[in-house]
Design a protein around this ligand. Structure first.
Ligand code: ABU
Length: 501
């Protein structure tokens, strides 16, 4: 239908009735392709992925990947769309357990489509009036849920949790040494920050980016549940003070990436207050738990934090990407980052310029990550999101019970408190080997081997990693609202089947 029809025959190039008609027909074809993909994402008879090694994928896609001098007709463009989706990992599939962000929320997807059509930049009110108001409303709602008393606070949507964490360290450093903004590191005292040894690597990377230095980001010991040991935190702060350096920042994690552990925020905040440290809570992963009356206790004390990272694209299920950093002190982001570029942030605009949010961001161009979240929140309400999260927590308990009842599975942490369920599958030939180096060396090879077979067959997908001295283990993430208990059963049976091969 679109053979020898080219992009210049569509709007905005061809404004005749014919151009309009072709535009609609073309976009409807694209929508059909997308709907077909969405159906396959939700159909268990389809594989999660069709894996090819990079060289063979390159061969399979062949000329489809090349950018040439000649334009391709729209028939080829539609084929390109189909081919691309054919080799995509179906992250919305009920049997995709590989990442913290899983699932495909259809309202958020609709929001994403509208966002792409609106195609605007979030830096000024003048070009994003509705989205700017929505961002204000959603940030205020998130701060309310955190529990900051008068909500006279700050925040911004950032491109991912790592950048949100960077914002937090930057603001904390500004508070202790605002002169660095203008004079650079030569006016900086030696600053030291603290985070648990299992926190997200972006905290340490923030130290590298901001010139603090990774050696000055101290990893605090964790207990048997993977939680920060407050005694060790205090010890390290004292040691830092004794050395003449200045402790200024501590990050507590609300849901670590691998084990899903929650640091004791309340106790950490006592220490932060005692020593005058900025307290950040990185609950990029676990922030959604705040929406559940039954589970928000995991983040007890979060209202005492100075800043919070919370990614709605994780537990809440918004499409990627959607990450907020929230700050207790109103105006700190503006003070810390503003440079008042005259071509964007004119001070003599005819409207209230406090609605131009761009100058507090570290980016210039900023993607609209708000509309999909706002729309999804409207469609589900607080109650819908709460029950979504509660159901996932129930499913995690279901998985834990199955693991307990089955032979050959062993928890990394007994009774995980969140949606990360970490375990070893111990094949029969390893099961009776005495605990020790030889068993660990064998066990270390099991999860990667099973995962590789899983990916080759494409039936399901789950992550694995080592941790400290522990050999490779599976990290099962229960965050996909499409998943039901049968899918969990399927995964465990698949691991057993492949593990005995
Ligand atoms: N930002 C951490 C995401 C890691 C994961 O999905 O496994």
């Amino acid at each position: 239908k679109f053979e020898n029809v080219f992009n210049y025959e569509l709007l905005p190039y061809e404004t005749t009735t014919q151009g309009s008609k072709k535009t609609s027909q073309f976009l409807l074809e694209v929508v059909d392709i997308l709907l077909d993909y969405i159906k396959k994402n939700n159909d268990r008879s389809y594989k999660v992925l069709d894996f090819h090694h990079p060289h063979s994928l390159r061969n399979a896609l062949g000329p489809c990947l090349n950018l040439d001098d000649d334009p391709k007709d729209l028939e080829q463009i539609l084929i390109d769309c189909k081919e691309t989706l054919k080799f995509c990992v179906k992250t919305g599939h009920p049997r995709f357990f590989n990442q913290l962000s899983t699932g495909l929320d259809l309202i958020a997807l609709a929001g994403e489509w509208l966002t792409a059509a609106a195609n605007t930049n979030m830096f000024t009110y003048e070009i994003a009036p509705v989205f700017t108001l929505m961002e204000d409303i959603v940030l205020a709602k998130m701060r309310d849920i955190i529990g900051w008393p008068d909500n006279n606070c700050d925040g911004v949507f950032a491109p991912g949790g790592a950048i949100s964490n960077l914002y937090a360290v930057l603001a904390a450093r500004y508070r202790i040494c605002p002169e660095i903004k203008e004079h650079g590191m030569e006016v900086s005292p030696k600053l030291v920050m603290f985070t648990s040894e299992y926190s997200h690597f972006s905290i340490k990377r923030s130290a590298a980016i901001l010139g603090i230095g990774t050696n000055n980001c101290i990893g605090i010991k964790t207990d048997s549940k993977g939680k920060m040991m407050v005694k060790d935190l205090e010890k390290q702060i004292e040691k830092t003070l004794a050395s003449g350096a200045i402790p200024f920042f501590v990050s507590a994690t609300g849901g670590t990436t691998v084990l899903g552990s929650f640091d004791p925020i309340w106790e950490i905040s006592d220490i932060a207050i005692k020593y005058g440290l900025w307290l950040h809570v990185d609950c990029a992963w676990g922030g959604g738990a705040l929406l559940s009356k039954s589970h928000r206790k995991l983040l007890n004390g979060i209202d005492r934090a100075d800043s919070v990272t919370w990614n709605p694209h994780k537990l809440m299920g918004a499409t990627l990407q959607c990450s907020a950093v929230l700050m207790k002190e109103k105006g700190i982001l503006e003070k810390c980052n503003s440079l008042r570029a005259k071509y964007l942030f004119q001070q003599d605009k005819h409207y209230d310029i406090t609605y131009d949010k761009g100058d507090k961001a570290i980016q210039c161009g900023r993607h609209n990550d708000i509309f999909k979240l706002w729309l999804m929140w409207r469609a589900k309400g607080d109650s819908g999101l709460e029950s979504q999260i509660d159901k996932l927590m129930d499913l995690s308990l279901y998985l834990q019970k199955k693991l307990r009842d089955k032979e050959g599975f062993q928890f990394v942490i007994n009774e995980p408190e969140f949606l990360n369920v970490c375990f070893w599958y111990v094949p029969k030939n390893v099961r009776y080997i005495e605990k020790g180096c030889r068993r660990d060396a064998l066990l270390d090879k099991v999860a990667p081997k099973i995962k590789s077979m899983m990916m080759e067959t494409g039936t399901t997908m789950v992550g694995y990693q080592p941790l400290g001295d522990l050999p490779n283990f599976f990290r099962m993430i229960v965050s996909n609202p499409a998943t039901i208990p049968d899918d969990i059963d399927f995964l465990l049976e698949e691991i057993e089947r492949l593990g005995e091969d």
